[in-house]
Design a protein around this ligand. Sequence first.
Ligand SMILES: Cc1cc2nc3c(=O)[nH]c(=O)nc-3n(C[C@H](O)[C@H](O)[C@H](O)COP(=O)(O)OP(=O)(O)OC[C@H]3O[C@@H](n4cnc5c(N)ncnc54)[C@H](O)[C@@H]3O)c2cc1C
Length: 398
Amino acid sequence: MRRQYDVLVVGGGPGGAIAARTAARKGLSVCLVEKRPAIGVPVRCAEGIGKDILTEFVEPDERWIAADIERARIVAPDGSSMTLEAGMAGNEVGYILDRKVFDRELVWQAAEAGADVSVKTRATSPILEGGRVQGAVVERCGQVERVRADVVIAADGVESKFSRWCGIDTTVPLRELMSCAQYLLTDIEIDPRATVFYLGNEVAPEGYLWVFPKGERSANVGIGITGRKSGSGHRAKDYLDRFVRRQFPGGKAIECIVGGVPVSKPLPSTVGDGLMIVGDAARVVDPLTGGGIYNAMFTGDLAATVAAECIGAGDCSRERLMAYDTAWRTSRMGKAIERNYKIKEYFITLSDEKLNALVHTGASIDLAEFSTFTLIRELIKRNPKLLLELKALRDALS
Ligand SMILES: Cc1cc2nc3c(=O)[nH]c(=O)nc-3n(C[C@H](O)[C@H](O)[C@H](O)COP(=O)(O)OP(=O)(O)OC[C@H]3O[C@@H](n4cnc5c(N)ncnc54)[C@H](O)[C@@H]3O)c2cc1C
């Protein structure tokens, strides 16, 4: 690790890795620091991602694909279900990754492109001069070092502190922080080609429970509920345990994780002087699905691209870096977040009866093109009474 770089990336998740890879490929000197002793562990993710979006950034490789998914099943509170078959998505539904390997591969690609990587290295504060970020103080294996950089890319995930230290309010309201728990369950009967989503206020209030296959007889079985629904005796893990006892009584948990997913609006500004914020740290998770891997990679790539332009022009002021903020907000990803936020706000108000009605309708839908958006638009079109309930949603879908 040197004392001075063009770009310093804080965090070695998908957002940071792709930022470092893009910056290095553009010829910048770049260093990625990761506080954990190893990239990719522990995994705090259900590991699902759409094939089409993943391949924008990385060639699929069987080393980090745990399951190839052909269909999705949505189960209503009353137990009825609808299945979305691969044909609806042009046979390109999705993968369940092995993020332990995937995250390492992304960081390896950054290193291969020329980035320095330093694990067990925690950014502890920004170097601030005249209100501008000029690098970070890092603690590497217990030793404190100052690393200067023209731009710091904060990719430090949901627990992000870096941008807060730089004066940006990153608070996520409790009601918009999904509280999650997940087991990697083995020795269970599943359809290894299908993801299953369980809905309902008894199963997962204001959230959903997922079963994502990781092979023939194992799956990530997890749940996310909103922070305001969580409390003593009814935490995410309590709901999950009840479900597992009922659905997979013989299953063996070989991993247990808990974590948070921000389903709030993104930060009002994702740049500062000498600072760019990407991925979960920027709160750019899809608020409806909780999916954030792609959005982290997308913003990481975009941030590094804009950083390269600004460093080349010798101007890394907030005004100049705003090109990044504007670009992701006006991108397909940014628009999807805005729209899905409104849909999420609507969905969390639905009673079990209404969820049942939606799934019953969905069972008869045959969509030419499948996406979360097309599915929801179709469901609501067929249940006009629901649509009337929320003008904002009607506007969002018009
Ligand atoms: C239970 C659960 C299930 C999920 N399921 C899915 C899913 O199926 N599909 C999907 O797309 N998304 C899912 N997500 C969300 C997804 O995991 C995140 O959106 C994604 O990992 C965000 O990537 P990131 O690079 O922004 O942050 P992260 O992957 O969180 O990486 C941030 C990194 O920064 C490091 N770091 C933090 N602070 C510092 C510091 N001060 N110095 C140095 N390093 C630091 C952390 O150790 C971490 O490695 C899930 C999340 C949870 C919790």
